[in-house]
Design a protein around this ligand. Structure first.
Ligand SMILES: Nc1nc2c(ncn2[C@@H]2O[C@H](COP(=O)(O)OP(=O)(O)OP(=O)(O)O)[C@@H](O)[C@H]2O)c(=O)[nH]1
Length: 672
């Protein structure tokens, strides 16, 4: 089932297409995923870099102001050992640069903390500052003690800044001896003096996922896009709580080096501004920061899946369309041998591979039709031959008849249908000599020779007939190809031939053997004399036969001859030969018989012939017999000698008065 399913070319092509599409989609998803990871990493790095930049910017701004204060402090008149308000005010009024950098206010305070003079953005600020004492401020005390730069913590105690958070940068002012005689301080408002605020200002883009929050060393928020968060602890912001806890657990380090922290769906980057003991926090929604790439990846996967499905469907449809000619070809090829369809019907046409293949099929059909036509003609001829051939024909293979002619059926008494498929023995029935016959046939056929013989076959009704049987291998050298048998009924020819043969050796009137046959048998006896022992011959010449002819006619003579022949046959053994040598002369060949016995036989014959009477019309006919006897001993080497001796003995009987027996004597005393 699976093999059949995956044997489908359509399915294979569709699977291949789906595989290619799936591979390319997978590759795309992999690349998108990798790109997403790289972009996320890059976003994290960017975020860390950003917080670093913010922290550096704030640091450089502080440094810038510190340097400005330091430069101004260098200009303090060294002679002013105990500065008064006038000196301080005059000094401050000259410092326009401080007005730019500390727009809210900058002051000069005596060692006792009294603010000697202040320059501010309005009179109220100046008035509020000039009445104050800074002695309680640690940054002031540090400056008085000689520290070159002191930065206050971020303060929130009202005063000149009217509730705004502020910070003070302080440097010592020295006399000519280097003694600190006063302190110069600049007041900064982180929220308004562009030290921090531009770093934390909310983006004009409401979608901006990133917020920058700045805290002091204690974690108090001193700058926030939303002013409502000012002075709150950074840990209160749920987005920053985990990062803040971690920061605090590590001792709230103030490191300029940025570090990042991922918590839940928030991403926090932190860096310190050591100059001010401030921490910069940048918080961003991980989803917003990394969401783009992640969504891109999901979209890519979905899109890829859709493309794969659409591609596979399209490919399947295209495959079905492309393979339509092949389906046609398959459907038509299934009915390739259906002769009810015209040869040219139902084939896909075209010049492509399928078209060429169907052309090949059509050509095969055309050639097959021609071969079938030839085959049918040949078969018709063969059937005519098998039906009408005057001899019996059979083709046998592996012991069974495969083809049989009508004539063979007639000869054997079977129908053609009964012969076809029957064992070969239906033609050659078992019987005496049949096994030997089949062995001879097999040997001849195996040697590639024609087998030919006259055999007796048996009809269905048991009657036997003589047949000329010929066998030849269908294909010499390959016995399994079968044998062609020809069977001709030769009964009449054989009978005729036997008749001819009988006539050649017999006398037609008396049916006794003739002289030639008699001499042949005598010759055989002479040649094999030792085996047979003594043998004798009688030579019989009738007496008075002419008178029978003359008195009663030739027919009566014939009848007399036939009766004498019968009489002779009755007086000898079965193995003896009685012959009519011609006219009224007869001879008898007695094997195993010496002269004495032969003489006795001759005597019996003579007396029987003499006693025989043939009634013929109103006559009674009779003859006598003069018989010469000869024993065929070694003195008579050949037929001529025997015949001459017998003839001489017979002559002697005639001469002695007829109707008597005379024997040949070897020693010359001739006749007895
Ligand atoms: N009917 C008949 N006569 C035959 C046949 N062949 C030979 N003859 C006759 O037989 C006769 C034989 O002659 P002979 O031997 O002289 O007759 P015969 O009277 O016996 O004389 P001897 O032998 O001297 O006693 C002839 O007249 C032949 O014509 C035959 O086939 N039929």
């Amino acid at each position: 089932m699976m093999a059949t399913l995956f044997g489908s070319l359509k399915l294979r092509i569709a699977l291949m297409a789906v595989s290619v599409i799936a591979l390319s989609v997978g590759m795309t998803v992999f690349l998108v995923t990798r790109d997403t990871a790289l972009r996320a990493e890059s976003s994290i790095k960017d975020s860390a870099l950003d917080v670093d930049t913010v922290a550096s910017t704030i640091s450089s701004r502080l440094l810038n102001r510190e340097q400005a204060l330091a430069r101004v402090a260098m200009q303090w008149p060294r002679t002013a050992a105990a500065p008064d308000r006038a000196v301080a005010r005059a000094f401050l009024k000259q410092q326009a640069v401080l007005g730019v950098l500390f727009p809210h206010a900058f002051v000069a305070a005596a060692r006792d903390g009294r603010v000697l003079a202040a320059v501010g953005d309005d009179d109220a600020t100046v008035a509020a500052l000039e009445g104050r004492s800074l002695l309680s401020r640690s940054y002031f005390r540090q400056a008085v003690s000689g520290r070159e730069l002191s930065v206050s913590e971020i303060m929130d105690d009202g005063g000149s800044t009217a509730g705004e958070l502020h910070v003070v940068l302080a440097v010592p002012l020295r006399d000519a001896a280097g003694k600190v005689v006063a302190v110069l301080g600049g007041v900064l408002r982180p929220q308004t003096d562009t030290v921090l605020t531009d770093s934390t200002r909310a983006s004009s883009l409401s979608q901006d996922p990133i917020e920058t929050i700045i805290t002091d060393a204690a974690g108090r928020i001193v700058s926030h896009p939303d002013p409502a968060w000012l002075r709150h602890d950074v840990g209160e912001d749920p987005r920053l709580a985990a990062a803040a806890a971690r920061w605090r657990s590590e001792g709230s380090p103030m490191e300029a080096q940025a570090w990042t922290w991922r918590t839940g769906d928030q991403f926090v980057a932190m860096a310190a501004v050591p100059e001010g003991n401030w921490m910069v926090f940048r918080v961003a929604s991980a989803d917003l920061l990394l969401g783009g790439p992640a969504r891109g990846r999901a979209e890519a996967i979905w899109l890829g899946a859709l493309v794969a499905i659409a591609g596979a469907t399209l490919m399947l449809l295209a495959t079905i369309w492309l393979l339509r000619p092949m389906r046609l070809l398959e459907r038509r090829a299934r009915r390739l041998l259906d002769e009810s369809l015209p040869i040219d019907a139902g084939w896909p046409v075209g010049s492509g591979e399928i078209g060429r293949l169907s052309a090949v099929f059509r050509q095969v059909l055309v050639e097959r039709a021609a071969v079938q036509r030839d085959g049918r003609q040949m078969l018709a001829r063969l059937r005519a031959v098998m039906r009408n051939a005057p001899v019996g024909i059979a083709i046998s293979r592996q012991g069974r008849v495969e083809l049989a002619s009508g004539r063979l059926g007639e000869l054997l008494g079977y129908t053609e249908a009964e012969l076809v498929g029957a064992p070969q023995q239906i033609i050659f029935p078992g019987g005496p000599g049949s096994e030997e016959l089949m062995a001879q046939a097999d040997a001849a056929l195996a040697a590639g020779q024609l087998f030919s013989d006259e055999v007796q076959l048996q009809r269905r009704d048991g009657r036997r007939f003589w047949a000329a049987l010929q066998g030849a291998a269908v294909n010499a050298g390959t016995p399994e190809a079968g044998v062609i048998w020809l069977v001709a009924d030769i009964s009449s020819q054989r009978q005729h031939r036997e008749q001819l043969s009988w006539s050649a050796t017999h006398d037609p009137l008396t049916e006794l053997v003739n002289r030639r046959e008699f001499e042949a048998r005598m010759h055989a006896l002479l040649n094999d004399r030792r085996r047979h022992g003594p043998a004798s011959a009688l030579f019989i010449d009738l007496d008075g036969f002419k008178a029978v002819n003359d008195s009663a006619g030739h027919a009566a003579g014939d009848a007399m001859l036939q009766h004498v022949a019968t009489l002779l046959g009755s007086r000898v053994r079965d193995g003896d030969t009685v012959a009519r040598l011609g006219g009224d002369e007869f001879a008898v060949l007695l094997a195993g018989c010496d002269r004495a016995t032969a003489e006795a036989v001759a005597e019996q014959i003579r007396s029987r012939i003499a006693a025989f009477r043939l009634p013929w019309r109103d006559l009674t006919l009779q003859v006598g017999a003069s018989i010469g006897v000869v024993e065929m001993d070694d003195s008579l080497p050949d037929i001529a000698a025997v015949m001459a001796a017998a003839d001489a003995a017979c002559y002697e009987a005639k001469r002695a008065g007829r109707n008597r027996v005379r024997s040949h004597r070897p020693e010359g005393a001739a006749v007895h």
